[in-house]
Design a protein around this ligand. Structure first.
Ligand code: XMP
Length: 516
């Protein structure tokens, strides 16, 4: 395999996936694995990922530098690039200058690594320290205004590195550069066709489940729908889907999910009305992580209650319910601190919010995948396009889009504003370009306005249209002014209590997509 060394970056799995896309099998390995463990895996190349630490820190993640002596072609990215520099005789300097986001790169010489890329282009940076001097036998290939050594290679050793993140889509020519490393610098040949995730998962699910029954936490979104379709394909009628109406849904969402499901995938669907329960548990709560934990906990409790009912039914048929299917994706796992040494950004309700005393075993067939991979699998499974192309909506729903306490009144205000924004974006034909557009209610903020000759003292909503490939990074979508204007007019006219519409123009990083 091509080994991707995980230094606790949000990006390690993304790198592994880009390598899979290039047609080579790749696996992740922990940064502190001894060189012998690397060697035992017979790596054909090694990629050192980025990470949150500085190589000059005492607490920098451990790495067995004997890995550099294995004779395996190696590429360093960001932190990995700096680690290569210090270990192989270069120098990394603490700089005052931090580069975050899109940065112009100037290529001095392409070498093999930057072949077929132009003299200058934009790359995605996220670092504080910089390589001040490359190791002696390395050629410096490129620079940025603040980083004199932004890329280097050593053809003799088949080593290369870049300061930026070629694996994120916002880096131009990123895939080209990774492939240049694999095919030009390392001299590998593509030999791995997309192994059938579906068949593999179906076998696995059948083995684990046996004759037991399974329930699926269905949200109506892409992830849980594809997970349900996959499990349904594996075990058919042993699966029952449970849809919880937690009261944090968008307008008409429940009805839509019910029709979609009955009509298309054909699985058994039970809807549970838990609106009162969620609202009363959330009463008085303003802290985002607290909200997420409560919603995660109540989800599970609701399922347990639903399952208890289903168990009674199932007992008649002789099989208990032992498993819960969730459409957890890799970004959910990483951002809930699932990777080693990864910072906990927020607790996604389907991972970090789970209580410890959960009584189901989890089936998470999409846990290693990204959204676009899941969509491809969904299409393969025959899940209708209306579901597969749906924009993401977070499990905690509108609960994490009300900044402040969640109340019934605030929910209905936000629900209305959200419906208008989505309606107009769809009418403008922007659904394909926009990954999702959260509408956020700043419930504890008021501002003065004027409407119909009278003073208003209402709340602002924030429009957060973002473009992204996998939600790991995102940029704000340049929605045409005319469309924004219509949305703003309609929301301020049609929704009581909203007298201002503002636009969020922050990329991720540094912002996350949702506000909470
Ligand atoms: P953030 O806000 O972390 O969002 O940049 C990344 C993507 O994940 C969605 N999201 C969630 N999805 N449960 C989910 O199923 C959650 O708790 C959750 N929180 C955020 C968000 O809408 C975006 O698509």
């Amino acid at each position: 395999p091509v080994l991707v060394v995980d230094f606790g970056a949000q990006y390690a799995q993304l790198i592994a996936r880009r390598i899979r896309e290039a047609g080579l099998y790749s696996e992740i390995i922990a940064h502190d694995a001894p060189a012998a463990e690397f060697a035992a895996k017979n790596p054909i190349a090694i990629v050192l990922s980025g990470g949150p630490s500085s190589v000059n820190d005492e607490a920098a993640p451990g790495f067995d530098t004997a890995v550099f002596d294995l004779g395996v072609p190696t590429m360093g990215i960001c932190y990995g690039f700096q680690l290569m520099s210090t270990t192989l005789g270069g120098r990394v300097a603490k700089t005052d200058k931090r580069e975050y986001g899109s940065t112009p790169l100037t290529v001095a010489s392409t070498g093999a690594l930057l072949e077929q890329t132009p003299n200058s282009y934009k790359v995605w940076m996220s670092h504080g320290d910089s390589v001040a001097e490359a190791p002696a036998d390395f050629d410096v290939l490129a620079s940025t205004p603040d980083t004199p050594v932004a890329a280097f290679e050593c053809a003799a050793r088949r080593f290369a590195g870049v300061q930026w993140h070629p694996e994120v889509l916002h880096s131009e020519y990123g895939q080209q550069i990774l492939e240049n490393f694999l095919f030009n610098v390392a001299g590998l040949e593509a030999d791995w066709t997309n192994a059938s995730v579906i068949d593999e998962q179906i076998d696995l699910i059948r083995q684990r489940v046996g004759s037991k029954n399974v329930i699926c936490a269905l949200s109506g979104g892409v992830d849980s729908s594809v997970a349900a379709a996959l499990v349904h394909k594996a075990i058919g009628d042993q699966l029952t889907c449970v849809f919880v109406d937690h009261g944090l849904l968008r307008e008409n969402e429940r009805e839509q999910v019910e029709t979609d499901y009955v009509n298309s995938i054909g699985v058994r669907l039970v809807t549970i009305d838990a609106r009162e329960r969620f609202l009363s548990e959330l009463s008085g709560v303003v802290d985002p992580e607290h909200k997420r934990k409560i919603i995660g906990r109540e989800f599970i409790r609701t399922f347990e209650a639903a399952a208890a009912d289903l168990v009674l039914e199932a007992k008649d048929e002789g099989a208990e319910i032992g498993f819960l299917v969730q459409g957890t994706l890799y970004p959910d796992v990483v951002e809930s601190g699932g990777g080693s040494g990864t910072a906990n950004i927020k607790s996604h309700h389907n991972v970090g919010g789970l209580p410890d005393d959960i009584t189901f075993d989890l089936i998470e067939p999409l846990r290693a995948l990204f959204k676009d991979e899941v969509r491809a699998i969904g299409r393969e499974l025959g899940v209708p396009d209306a579901i597969v192309s749906r924009q993401p909506f977070p499990g905690p729903g509108l609960g994490i889009r009300i900044i402040g306490e969640v109340t019934e009144d605030r929910l209905s205000i936000l629900r209305r504003a959200d419906a208008i924004a989505r309606d107009e974006l769809t009418k403008a034909g922007l659904d394909g370009e926009i990954w999702q557009c959260p509408v956020v209610l700043l419930a504890d903020v008021r501002s003065v306005g004027v409407q119909g000759d009278g003073r208003t003292y209402g709340h602002p909503v924030v429009l957060r249209p973002v473009s992204s490939e996998d939600a790991m990074t995102a940029d704000w979508t340049r929605v045409p002014y005319d469309v924004l204007s219509v949305i703003s007019n309609r929301i301020t006219n049609e929704v009581d209590d909203i007298n201002r519409v503002v636009l969020d123009v922050t990329s991720k990083p540094p912002g996350t997509i949702e506000w909470e």
